[in-house]
Design a protein around this ligand. Structure first.
Ligand SMILES: [Zn+2]
Length: 68
């Protein structure tokens, strides 16, 4: 079965780095982060952006379901 969220998961930052969505956000070493695979690349997002990204995704899915 095809999943629309197969490329999205949680992982833990092995070192401190900037959030992919907003460079003002810092993900600290050991912090949980949202990992999104895009082709051969992986993007990592802080929890604040993860919530926005996931909620936007859910909203999009709900819109699509509403159009069934
Ligand atoms: Zn962020």
């Amino acid at each position: 079965m095809k999943s629309i969220v197969k490329n999205v998961s949680w992982d833990v930052a092995l070192q401190s780095h900037k959030c992919k969505r907003n460079i003002k956000h810092t993900i600290a070493k050991g912090d949980r982060r949202l990992k999104v695979k895009e082709g051969r690349n992986e993007s990592h997002y802080c929890m604040q952006c993860a919530e926005t990204i996931l909620k936007n995704g859910l909203s999009k899915v709900n819109t699509l379901i509403g159009d069934i």
